[in-house]
Design a protein around this ligand. Sequence first.
Ligand SMILES: *Cc1c(COP(=O)(O)O)cnc(C)c1O
Length: 444
Amino acid sequence: MTHPQSDLAIHGGLKAVTTEITNIFEWPIITHEDENAVLAVLRRGAMSGTDETIKFEEEFASWQGTQYALACNNGTAALQSALYGCGISVGDEIICPSITYWASALPVFALGASVVFADIDPFTLCIDPKDIEHRISANTRAIVVVHYFGHPADMDNIMAIANRHKLKVIEDVSHAHGGLYKGRKLGTIGDVAGMSMMSGKSFAIGEGGMLTTNCREIYERALAFGHYERFNETITSPELSPYRNLPLGGYKYRMHQLSSVVGRVQLKYYDARVAEIRRAMNFFWDELIDVPGLHAHRVNEEGYNTMAGWYMPHGLYTPSELGGLSVTRFAEAVRAEGSHCTPGTNKPLHLHPLLTEADVYGHDRPTRIAHASRNLIREQGSLPVAEQISTLTFGIPWFKKFDHGIISEHAKAFRKVAAQHKSLLDADPGNPIALTNWTSVNSD
Ligand SMILES: *Cc1c(COP(=O)(O)O)cnc(C)c1O
């Protein structure tokens, strides 16, 4: 289909991206060193052991700058162990942003606690500190913070609220391993951190997760919860000691050692590899400064903040600067140019039926409020930013290598579409009702 005033690829023009696919998007970077480490564990049949895992924990704790690190079989298990470690139990409430992957919130179900969702800030895409305090009740025990798409949450204001109300802060660092907030490593500011290390994340080792903390009590409770074989004399707490050798939670959260050895190798190169990602991603956005409608979701690194691995990078979309063009149509035109662009973020959790009506365990009421002393379920319209944000955000290419020429071509695709947005308005069907879903942000 051609268009009189447009040379956009979607109208039959030449594509902005002409370089054939290179390894610029390849992740994780796997070398012979990773392969040999995995083979060595396989050959000695040590897949279910803990020797490599314990070395990985020590190395990770030292890199993270915390006293303790506990490896788990996935990030979900690490987050649930963090919640249990903080003492979250029946009738308690936690506050969590509605825009996140489900594992930031759902592990409280099995602990008998309830989740209260808060809105997000439209620029950081992280929990909005201004939307926390009025949601605190006598039963609130913790705030779960997610450094969404690598962007550090507003920790100073969040910690001030937590200290005022004596709440624990659990950082979900699944998107932001190694990122800095005012020079401090993400995951070391709250009481405990839980993070995923599954293959799609910026710190990617296979299925795996990590809990880090400086608090001995949280560490011991987390270990006793899902690591029966390590729940032994090393656990000193008098409350836990009588139950040694069996997991308190009835869960088994041991990390697979093929994951731990990959983690040990990946950790050696992680800082250097994400430094290159930062250079590449910042260059991409520098190329797009002053383009109307498209705004970077990034931090000013001069303030000692970083996005570390830039997990699933996104941009902020302002349709009013592009004649009202929908992000759906915009993204379609960018993809036609040969680049990567998808509308939206995760869908808001507070609207999913699992969080409004499902009775999972037979309490004869929604599991979300099975033990709650008030009805916490809120409807459409209750978290306005979270409910709109998918129409105001777009995924961008996640460059792992700094290549000036290739990144410029991709930036050109975005600039070209924004410049010719008027030619896209006629055939713009608008955003569909189901723009994204809860479990995957359709990145590349
Ligand atoms: C991926 C992810 C998790 C869960 O980690 P798994 O390793 O997949 O269990 C938790 N929180 C967030 C924000 C995530 O993106």
